[in-house]
Write a protein that binds this ligand. Structure first.
Ligand code: FES
Ligand code: FES
Length: 208
């Protein structure tokens, strides 16, 4: 059953999700005095066990500043949900196993792999995708620096680059390398990608 979290959102929160994996073990080791110390509501909650989601589940995701309600299966990844349910196709499916970075989105300011993230765990968190970026900054820098060949990896690199510059608008080459080290380019356009990131940083500083 979806629950109501303390901040008033309905549906399973990330806290519920984490609690779900830990409650069974915690219940098994609680001693009688420890159980006595729990208030009645908490004890009832523990006795009830973790929320079990099944079948169609309605969730609301904050995508590029908009609240998007969507029906998903609890096992649906964020990538599937964005691409197949919400028509947000900037994040790409390439490896679908958390190794290439093509599906990168920004979640609460951090780059994450959408292909290995459950959509239900993203409620209440800000999701940013390529679609919301200023085309004149990072995408334009990739274009200027010829930072793509086949282009499969490019949306992920652009997104990881945006996440880096949001936190560090004046990165060194080493900062850029570290910021983009979760993404791979099978065509090997790393030189162009690194130049593009530094160039985008310069463009950002000019704008400021
Ligand atoms: S598609 Fe998600 S990491 Fe490759
Ligand atoms: S440009 Fe082809 S995988 Fe990067």
């Amino acid at each position: 059953m979806p629950s109501q979290d303390p901040r008033g959102r309905s549906g399973p929160s990330r806290r519920d999700f984490l609690r779900g994996s830990g409650v069974a073990a915690a219940t098994a080791v609680l001693t009688a005095p420890a159980v006595d110390a729990l208030d009645e509501a908490r004890a009832a909650e523990l006795a009830q066990g973790p929320p079990v989601l099944s079948g169609d589940t309605t969730i609301t995701l904050q995508v590029n500043g908009q609240a998007r309600e969507v029906v998903v299966e609890p096992r649906s990844t964020l990538l599937d949900t964005l691409r197949n349910r919400l028509d947000v196709t900037g994040p790409k499916r390439v490896c679908d196993r958390g190794s290439c970075g093509a599906c990168t989105v920004i979640l609460d300011g951090d780059p994450i792999y959408a292909c290995t993230t459950l959509a239900v765990s993203c409620q209440g968190h800000a999701i940013e995708t390529l679609e919301s970026f200023d085309p004149e900054i990072v995408p334009a820098a990739f274009h200027r620096n010829d930072a793509l060949m086949c282009g499969y990896c490019t949306p992920g690199f652009v997104t990881a680059c945006k996440a880096l510059l949001d936190k560090n608008p004046n990165p060194t080459l080493e900062d850029v390398r570290r910021g983009l080290d979760g993404n791979i380019c099978r065509c090997g356009t790393y030189v162009g990608v690194l130049q593009a990131a530094l160039d985008a940083a310069k463009a950002l500083r000019k704008e400021a």
